[in-house]
Design a protein around this ligand. Structure first.
Ligand code: GAL
Length: 368
C-alpha cells in the first residue's frame, strides 16, 4: 500500500469512527445507554481454508468467543495477502474492538494491524506473529522451535543416530513458507538436531538442497506451504536423484501439506517403501496416512487449546484483567507478550491415546 491509499484508509476509518462513537460503543463499560453499549465486537482473520486446521481454528475461536456473548465476524483470505489486508481493514473500519489475525504474510499484515490500532482496536496475533509493527498487542501460538525439534528428533531416533548409526543416510529437507515468520523457527528447531549430522556426514542429501545455515532456510522454503508446490519439488528431486534405486531414508516435511506432497510422489513412483516422513498439524487425511504407513509422524497442535487461550486473553481484556502471556516474542519492533502452548508428537503408536481418546478426531475419521 502506498502512503496515499494508506492515508485515505485512515481518513475513511476516522469517518466511520464518528457514528460509532456517537452510539456509544464504550467497550465493556455499562453506561445504561442501550443494549449496544456493552457489545464486544471481535473480528477473526484466518489465512485460508485449504488446510483443514485453519477452518477448525476459525470455527473453534468463533464458538468460544460467542460463548462469552461477543459478536464475532470470521473471515478467510484464500491465501491472498491483499485479500487479507482488505478484510482486516474492513474490520478496522467497522470498529472491531478486538481483531485476531493469523497472517498469511506476517510482514504484510502490519499496516492493516496499524489501522485496527488507530481505530482503537486491540490486535492479537494468532499462531503467526505480525512483524515490524507496534500494533500487535498479544501473541498466542505453540512453542515454535519445539515443533521443528520434534520433527528432527523423530528422524534422529528412527534412523538410530543417537545409538551410533553412521549411515550415511539420505535425507531431503523442506522448510515452510518464506513469508511465514514461524517457518524460520520450525527449521531452526529441526536444524539444531539434524545440522550436526549433516556436518559429520552421517546425513546427506542427494539433491544438495541443504541450507548453508539456519539463516539460509528460505532457500528450501515452500511458498505458502502449498501441497502442490511441495509435490512438484519432491517430484523433481526424486526423479533426478532417487529413481535409480538410491534409497531415500527420510524427508523433513515441516507440515502435513508438505508430507502429502511427498508421499503422493512416492506412491506415484511406485516404490515398495516409504521413507520416514515428518509433518505438522494432524490433518485428518494425514492421520489416515499415518495409519496406512505412508507418513511417519505429525506434530499435533491442539487448535482447541489455542482457540481457548486466545479467547481467554480477550475475555481478560474485556473484564479489565491482565491476559496470560508469560513469554515474549520479538517482532522486530517490540517484545510482544505471548503465550506458548505445548505441541505433541503423534505417530501410529499414540494416535488412539492422543487424538482419538483426546476427542480431536474420531476413530472412523482416522481410518481405524
Ligand atoms: C504455520 C503453522 C503451522 C502450519 C503452517 C501451514 O504457520 O504454525 O501449524 O499450519 O503454518 O499453514
Amino acid at each position: 500500500m502506498n502512503k496515499w491509499t494508506k492515508a485515505i484508509g485512515v481518513v475513511a476509518a476516522a469517518a466511520l469512527m464518528i457514528p460509532l462513537a456517537a452510539c456509544g460503543s464504550t467497550r465493556g463499560e455499562t453506561s445504561g445507554g442501550g443494549a449496544s453499549d456493552d457489545e464486544v465486537n471481535v473480528g477473526i482473520s484466518m489465512p485460508e481454508q485449504m488446510l483443514e486446521r485453519w477452518k477448525i481454528d476459525g470455527e473453534n475461536l468463533k464458538e468460544q468467543l460467542e460463548g462469552y456473548g461477543y459478536n464475532v465476524t470470521l473471515q478467510y483470505a484464500d491465501g491472498k495477502t491483499d485479500q487479507q489486508t482488505s478484510q482486516i481493514q474492513n474490520m478496522a473500519n467497522n470498529g472491531m474492538d478486538y481483531v485476531v489475525i493469523a497472517s498469511i504474510d506476517g510482514t504484510a499484515t502490519g499496516a492493516a494491524a496499524e489501522q485496527v490500532a488507530a481505530n482503537g482496536g486491540t490486535v492479537i496475533a494468532y499462531d503467526r506473529l505480525i512483524m515490524n509493527t507496534d500494533a500487535v498487542d498479544y501473541y498466542a501460538t505453540f512453542s515454535l522451535t519445539d515443533v521443528g525439534r520434534m520433527q528432527g528428533e523423530y528422524i534422529e531416533e528412527k534412523l538410530g543416530l543417537k545409538d551410533g548409526a553412521t549411515g550415511p543416510f539420505n535425507v531431503e529437507l523442506m522448510a515452510g513458507s518464506p513469508t511465514d515468520n514461524n517457518a524460520r523457527y520450525y527449521f531452526e528447531g529441526a536444524w539444531e538436531v539434524l545440522g550436526p549430522y549433516f556436518e559429520s556426514g552421517v546425513l546427506q542429501s542427494q539433491s544438495g538442497k541443504v541450507p548453508a545455515s539456519v539463516d539460509d532456510w528460505q532457500s528450501i522454503g515452500i511458498d505458502n506451504w502449498d501441497r502442490q508446490k511441495a509435490q512438484n519439488e519432491m517430484e523433481n528431486r526424486i526423479n533426478s536423484f532417487y529413481n535409480d534405486g538410491t534409497k531415500l531414508d527420510a524427508v523433513l516435511a515441516q507440515n502435513d501439506a508438505e508430507a502429502t506432497g511427498t508421499y503422493n510422489t512416492i506412491e506415484a513412483a511406485g516404490w515398495d517403501y516409504y521413507p520416514i516422513i515428518t509433518g505438522q498439524d494432524a490433518e485428518k487425511a494425514n492421520v489416515q496416512a499415518i495409519v496406512q504407513g505412508k507418513q511417519s509422524m505429525t506434530v499435533y497442535k491442539d487448535t482447541r487449546e489455542l482457540a481457548k487461550a486466545t479467547a481467554e486473553m480477550i475475555k481478560a481484556l474485556v473484564d479489565g484483567d491482565t491476559p496470560e502471556a508469560p513469554d515474549t516474542f520479538n517482532n522486530g519492533n517490540k517484545d510482544v507478550p505471548s503465550q506458548l502452548l505445548t505441541p505433541v508428537t503423534v505417530d501410529k503408536d499414540n494416535i488412539q491415546e492422543v487424538l482419538i481418546d483426546g476427542g480431536y478426531i474420531s476413530a472412523e475419521d482416522a481410518g481405524l
